[in-house]
Ligand binder design. Structure first.
Ligand code: NAD
Ligand code: TYD
Length: 354
């Protein structure tokens, strides 16, 4: 019998890289991709593998408990890799309830359904919950998040992810469900929706639109190439210890403003513009409410125990990412119409400026 693995959120940014990796690397698994196809979900992310024999897409909402129970009952999955989520901090500030529904209630629905179908034996089963470093809150100038750092979420997004992490651990503790959790730093790479910093700014530079920098621009993030995250997820799924948490990070901290200047520099070269052209598009705007100052991951546990570490230097990854966006104009133009325009105007229109 082939192992059946459910990947949720597989039409999204990170999920699509995980789905592709599993389809290609594990022909003996059957990979099911469950996704609601919200604004962030895009089946074109998987065009190159959608005909694979070991792959099936299922459209559905993890918040819909009867649907989820029926689905699990029908397919009897052996493993779940759970990535489906509302994932953008700015949207969570506007609409927290949607984050509670998908990120908390949706996760609990998946846990309940797993508990039911695995009730006779947990042997060979695993519920892998993909989470974020944002659950740990914000760091000062020094220090790193470790797996034992106390939770201190500051945004509705991170509060909902923190809550889902607690439920996953509670289901392990209370019902014995085999779980594993990873908390990763900011990802970048191909197929990321252009509401997040890097793809938004690549697109804006290309279109000669202003680059809206929140606050003083000195907020710090630890950036990891998405394919390195997918590799870590693969390794944790197969070699991670049940009940454990693994932090994943790029060991690659950048203040936003330095990263943005680097982006401008590379883009000027790629677009044949004079050096110093794109940097003039920078515009400091009103800060994000409750903006976390700094995230940085101590990824020594996953390196020590599983031998994982980032494979790519940031400058190289950034260049690859820019090339991907410049080569995939159609992908970008398909998603930057309609709803995206309304979102953009609401987020960056009048009132956003200082
Ligand atoms: P994304 O927003 O690009 O994709 C999320 C996917 O989930 C989309 O395909 C969407 O359609 C789907 N989805 C949303 N609500 C759903 C629902 N109710 N039912 C079924 N599907 C639904 O997100 P991403 O950046 O790929 O993040 C994936 C996961 O990784 C999330 O759990 C996120 O918290 C976590 N994470 C992201 C980052 C990052 O930098 N992007 C870093 C660490 C952890
Ligand atoms: P983002 O990509 O939204 O990820 P997160 O908030 O989950 O870390 O933002 C990364 C950083 O870039 C964060 O400090 C906020 C900042 N930022 C801007 O300055 N302007 C923007 O338009 C966006 C989207 C983000």
């Amino acid at each position: 019998m082939k192992k059946k693995i459910l990947i949720t959120g597989g039409a999204g940014f990170i999920g699509s890289h995980v789905v592709r990796r599993f389809i290609k690397k594990y022909p003996d698994y059957l990979i099911y991709n469950l996704d609601k196809l919200t604004y962030a979900g895009n089946l074109h992310n998987l065009d190159d593998v959608s005909d694979a024999e070991n792959y099936q897409f299922i459209k559905g909402d993890i918040v819909d408990a009867p649907f989820i129970n029926q689905l699990f009952n029908e397919y009897q999955f052996d493993g779940v890799i759970h990535l489906a989520a509302e994932s953008h901090v700015d949207r969570s500030i506007t609409n927290p309830l949607e984050f509670i529904m998908t990120n908390v209630v949706g996760t609990v629905n998946l846990l309940n359904a797993s508990k039911t179908i695995w009730k006779d034996s947990f042997q060979g089963k695993l519920f892998y919950h993909v989470s974020t470093d944002e659950v740990y809150g914000s760091l000062g100038e020094m220090g790193l998040f470790t797996e034992t750092t106390s939770y201190d979420p500051q945004s509705p997004y991170s509060a909902s992810k923190a809550s889902s992490d607690h439920f996953v651990r509670a289901y392990n503790n209370t019902y014995g469900i085999p779980v594993v959790i990873s908390n990763c730093s900011n990802n970048y790479g191909a197929n990321q929706f252009p509401e997040k910093l890097i793809p938004l700014f690549i697109n804006n530079i290309k279109e000669n639109r202003s680059l809206p920098v929140y606050g003083d621009g000195k907020y710090t993030r630890d950036w990891l190439w998405v394919e390195d995250h997918a590799a870590a997820i693969d390794q944790i799924y197969h070699e991670g210890e049940v009940g454990e948490t693994y932090n994943i990070g790029g060991v690659n901290e950048w203040q936003n403003i330095d990263l943005i200047k680097l982006l401008c520099q590379i883009m000027d070269k790629k677009l044949g513009r004079d050096e110093g052209t794109s940097v003039q598009l920078i515009e400091y705007i009103k800060d994000r409410p409750g903006h976390d100052r700094r995230y940085a991951i101590d990824a020594s546990k996953i390196e020590r125990e599983l031998g994982w570490k980032p494979s790519l230097k940031f400058e190289e990854g950034l260049e690859k990412t820019i090339d991907w966006y410049l080569d995939n104009e159609e992908w970008l133009s398909n998603i930057t119409s309609g709803d995206y325009k309304n979102y953009y105007n609401d987020q960056y229109g009048k009132g956003a400026h200082v």
